[in-house]
Design a protein around this ligand. Structure first.
Ligand code: ADP
Ligand code: MG
Ligand code: ZN
Length: 482
């Protein structure tokens, strides 16, 4: 049996978060909610004879991405016409970049499930404009041009990805970086970020690049992973029965979990790329590039490494940096005096569990009722022995529900630990009297019953018994009975 490996290169389309469109003054609006065809003008409708003007902010955001992906930024950029016919492209061509893209030769480091990392080469990133949107209703099709002319950055990798898991890791990391940079919301379900894997498979050990297929417009990371896995499997099955893979464009039906054949692929020359005569070359100064470089935020990998230096495990750190708002929240908890490791545990194990249950995505952490300062206070109350861990979880439930100050909630619920040993001993006596069997077993050396007995005593205390002291008192009483 032959062992196969996948060869995958990803093309990602990211709409840039500008106020206005790429070549006209129309506003960029949420195309899933805005009234159709309300933000259009002769330029983005593709009327003959109009003149496009380059959006400076779009160029700046594209440079930000290029620098974050370790690319060289081209000082001289040329826009090109990519000609094709499509109902949502009334000009008959899309203004894009071809021979001289804005950014080239970069890389992105991905994190694999086994904890290792791998560099994926970035071949190019170029600016272009989005098309309109076709909406199919029954037997007719409607077109919304609100999206027409929205700035779009296409980011293309080298064929360095070797599995569906690596494709998923790449998609996740790229999405995180775009969100950190503030250039894209990452809201894939709205179509503002779309991923298209080019996939071929070959026997392990071979270096050839075989015929590839392309899966169009995947709109979730989950779809990227599932569709890639399905296509790899399909191609392997073809080779296994002695067939050949034909170059094609595929779609993915997420609800049914199946690939859909769309069309045979056009080759590049069909587009008849030629320099856009209505736009002068875009010349970018070295000073501008350096200014943008200096304005870049700390990116996820650097943040993760810094969190590891604070004492976090690599896994915890990568969970916290996946969303910038989560990382910021963590830093605010630490800034309010909590020990980093404890802050990370409370966020990942306790806050995330409550947010999950409430169907809140992790990025909404900035809006929850538990402020970073409150979480730090809660951790302090556990540290100084005012409440135990279980009580703290009850307090967190309340804070999550309606906010407030932890010390206040502790008082309201009466959860302060008692220092009254007589009270604890009374509970111990009650529990031991009621569990004579377990006491006998303990005396015979069966230590594991201790865990059961301490559980019973702590329950009597309703969260108010301090763990260490109670444990010591229980053992003392047990020994007296043996
Ligand atoms: P096009 O512009 O026609 O879509 P490109 O040559 O720019 O094609 O490549 C698009 C993507 O396909 C790139 O990410 C590239 O790495 C990837 N790619 C190229 N050849 C292969 C192959 N044989 N198998 C898998 N991916 C490939
Ligand atoms: Mg392509
Ligand atoms: Zn317009």
């Amino acid at each position: 049996m032959t062992a196969y490996e996948a060869v995958i290169g990803l093309e990602v389309h990211a709409e840039l978060l500008t106020q206005s469109k790429m070549f006209c003054g129309c506003a960029v609006v949420d195309s899933t909610t805005a009234e159709p065809n309300t933000v259009v003008c002769p330029i983005c409708l593709g009327m003959p004879g109009v003149l496009p003007v380059i959006n400076r902010r779009a160029v700046e955001l594209a440079i930000r991405v290029g620098l974050a992906l370790n690319c060289q930024i081209a000082r001289v950029n040329v826009f090109a016409r990519k000609s094709y016919f499509y109902p949502d492209l009334p000009k008959g061509y899309q203004i894009s970049q071809y021979e001289l893209p804005l950014a080239v030769n970069g890389w992105l480091e991905i994190d694999l499930p086994d904890g290792s990392t791998k560099r994926i080469g970035i071949r190019r990133a170029h600016l272009e404009e989005d098309t309109g949107k076709s909406i199919h209703v029954g037997n007719s099709s409607l077109i919304d041009f609100n999206r027409s002319g929205v700035p779009l950055l296409e980011i293309v990798t080298e064929p360095d990805i070797r599995s569906a898991e690596e494709a998923e890791a790449y998609g996740r990391k790229l999405r995180a970086i775009l969100r950190y940079l503030g250039v894209n919301s990452g809201d894939m379900s709205k179509g503002v970020l779309r991923m298209e894997p080019n996939i071929s498979v070959r026997p392990v050990g071979s270096n050839e690049l075989r015929t590839r297929t392309e899966i169009k417009n995947l709109n979730s990371i989950r779809s990227l992973a599932r569709a890639s896995a399905a296509e790899i499997e399909r191609q392997i099955a073809i080779y296994e029965r002695g067939g050949t893979v034909t170059q094609a464009t595929l779609g993915w039906d997420e609800s049914r979990g199946v690939l859909v054949m769309q069309r045979e692929k056009e080759s590049a020359h069909d587009y008849r790329y030629f320099p856009e005569p209505d736009l002068p070359p875009l010349v970018i100064s070295e000073e501008w590039i350096e200014e943008i470089r200096r304005s870049l935020p700390e990116l996820p990998d650097a943040k993760r490494d810094r969190f590891v230096r604070l004492g976090l495990g690599a896994y915890e750190a990568s969970v916290l940096v996946a969303e910038r708002s989560v990382a910021d929240y963590f830093e605010a908890v630490v800034g309010s005096g909590a020990e980093p490791k404890k802050a990370a545990n409370w966020i990942i194990n306790e806050l995330f569990a409550r947010m999950n249950k409430a169907a809140l995505p992790s990025e909404s952490i900035a809006e929850i009722n538990v402020t970073p300062a409150a979480l730090a206070d809660l951790i302090r109350l556990v540290d100084d022995g005012t409440i135990n861990n279980n009580a703290a979880k009850k307090v967190l439930d309340v804070l999550f529900e309606r906010g407030g100050a932890p010390a206040e909630v502790v008082r309201q619920l009466g959860l302060e630990q008692t220092q009254d040993t007589a009270l604890i001993e009374a509970a111990i006596v009650k529990v031991l009297d009621a569990n004579a069997n377990e006491v006998t077993r303990f005396c015979k050396g069966e230590e594991k019953v201790l865990k059961f007995l301490i559980g019973q005593v702590m329950r009597e205390g309703r969260g108010k018994f301090p763990a260490e002291l109670t444990n010591a008192l229980l053992i003392e009483h047990l020994k007296r009975r043996c």
